[in-house]
Design a protein around this ligand. Structure first.
Ligand code: UD1
Length: 419
């Protein structure tokens, strides 16, 4: 079993670059099924979730090739219309193939995506929305059978601005007959990137990034090239690492606007942030200050994906902070592991109270989800002594060569095999 071995307390500094966004590239990869030809994607991170998507596309008949951070996907010959269970379970966001596969093949067989470690992740909004567009869906527990002729535009109200459901609707409606309106759509930057990509291929999507998105169906999309946006959660992770383990750090290849929900939190913790073009410099105080309260919300609120990582920072802050997780119902699995470092955190339902301690101490911990894993690495970088962090398969889903990147800025971190 692989683990990171991290010697904490090494001062970090210098510059670090942010790779392309996982959550942006995954729906774009699924959307390539709508196009008959070769799509070229630049700034694609080498992550296990991206590879899992590529495997699904290959199974369906696409030719997927990687050259550095460029991925070419040729979807001219799609020969299968099912996604095998093991592929669906490999990656939870595999449900994003629902809209594109049924649009392309008229009939599709999928399984429910794998179980989850951050709470129940129902797909009811995906299913009901696709039904509104004319897809006949039957579920029998282990199989989702979708049948449709050309989909028909519709007005769809989302009871919650689900990122995945908004993406699935957008993908399914670009080639539908007539107009689709999504009300209470998710507004995340990854939604806008998907729209930018699809519009560059001939789609007519208006208002992506706002609560109401309109899609006028077109008859055909044509292949194009697209550069994926930088990963705002990776950028925030580096900001967290800097805030507890660096005097200052420059983070390159960011979109400052995408970090606007997190920058005020770092400012409240006492960090100074300087923005210049696509770079950000974070200067940290000698000790972080507590924040009064953080509540995770859909964009442009504070991202749930940053909750655990910022909590690792708050565990070292002066004073007591309150964190409220409102997006997922069970996203606190990292807390018991943070306590092993000496963090003082209590939880009551969705509210965590973090009483900052002066020091954390090296510990042997295990991540059970992607961002929780990043939180443990952050704590280990700041902790006194040596830590091991297991469960790297979760971290590798969203961070490309994390240890190499952290080493470049001075971290003492090694990936080791423990039998
Ligand atoms: C995406 C991101 C994930 C992020 C999350 C919230 C990707 C690949 N993943 O996940 O990193 O944490 O957005 O920003 O982009 N819900 C339902 N029914 C549904 C769909 C969702 O009840 O059909 C609920 C979920 O259980 C959750 C909330 O809506 O409580 C948000 O989920 P959603 O926005 O759909 O997240 P994902 O798209 O799965």
């Amino acid at each position: 079993m692989e683990k990171f071995e991290i010697k904490g307390g090494e001062p970090l500094g210098g510059r670090i670059s942010v790779h392309g966004s996982k959550n942006a590239v995954l729906p774009i990869m699924a959307a390539t099924l709508l196009i008959r030809g070769e799509t070229v994607l630049h700034n694609v991170p080498a992550l296990s979730d991206v590879e899992a998507s590529a495997q699904i596309l290959r199974h369906l008949g696409a030719v997927v090739k990687r050259d550095g951070s460029t991925l070419s996907i040729n979807t001219r010959d799609i020969v299968n219309n099912d996604i095998p269970e093991e592929m669906m379970r490999e990656m939870r966001s595999s449900i994003i193939f629902l809209g594109s596969l049924v649009t392309r093949c008229r009939e599709a067989f999928l399984c429910p995506p794998g179980g989850c470690d951050i709470g129940v992740r129902p797909i009811d909004l995906h299913i009901s929305s696709l039904k509104k567009l004319g897809v006949q869906i039957t579920e029998n527990g282990s199989c989702i059978h979708c049948l449709a002729q050309r989909l028909t535009g519709s007005k769809i109200f989302l009871s919650f601005p689900s990122v995945g459901a908004t993406e699935n609707i957008m993908i399914a409606s670009v080639l539908a007959r007539g107009k689709t309106v999504i009300i209470n759509a998710a507004r995340e930057p990854e939604i806008s990137d998907l729209a930018t990509f699809l519009n560059s291929c001939g789609a007519r999507i208006f208002g992506a990034g706002e609560s109401t998105v309109e899609i006028e169906g077109v008859d055909e999309l044509y292949p194009n090239a697209h550069t994926v946006i930088p990963d705002r959660i990776v950028a925030a992770t580096y900001m967290c690492a800097a805030s507890v383990a660096a005097d200052e750090l420059i983070i390159d290849d960011i979109r400052p606007a995408h970090l606007s929900p997190v920058i005020p939190v770092f400012a409240e913790m006492g960090c100074r942030i300087y923005l210049s073009g696509s770079s950000l410099k974070l200067v940290s105080p000698s000790r972080l200050k507590r924040v009064k309260s953080i509540k995770t919300l859909p964009y442009p609120g504070f991202p749930t994906d940053c909750q655990s990582i910022v909590m690792a920072c708050l565990s070292l802050a002066r004073g007591t902070s309150t964190v409220i997780e409102s997006v997922f119902d069970s996203r606190y699995k990292h807390i018991s592991e943070l306590r092993r470092f000496g963090a003082d955190i209590t939880v009551n339902d969705r509210v965590a109270v973090v009483s900052g301690v002066k020091e954390l101490y090296g510990a042997n911990v295990y991540s059970t989800d992607l961002r929780g894993g990043a939180a443990l690495v952050t704590a280990a970088l700041a902790a006194k002594g040596v830590s091991t962090v297991g469960g790297l398969e979760h971290i590798d889903r969203g961070y490309e060569a994390l240890e190499n990147n952290l080493k470049k800025i001075g971290a003492s971190i090694e990936r080791k095999n423990y039998e």
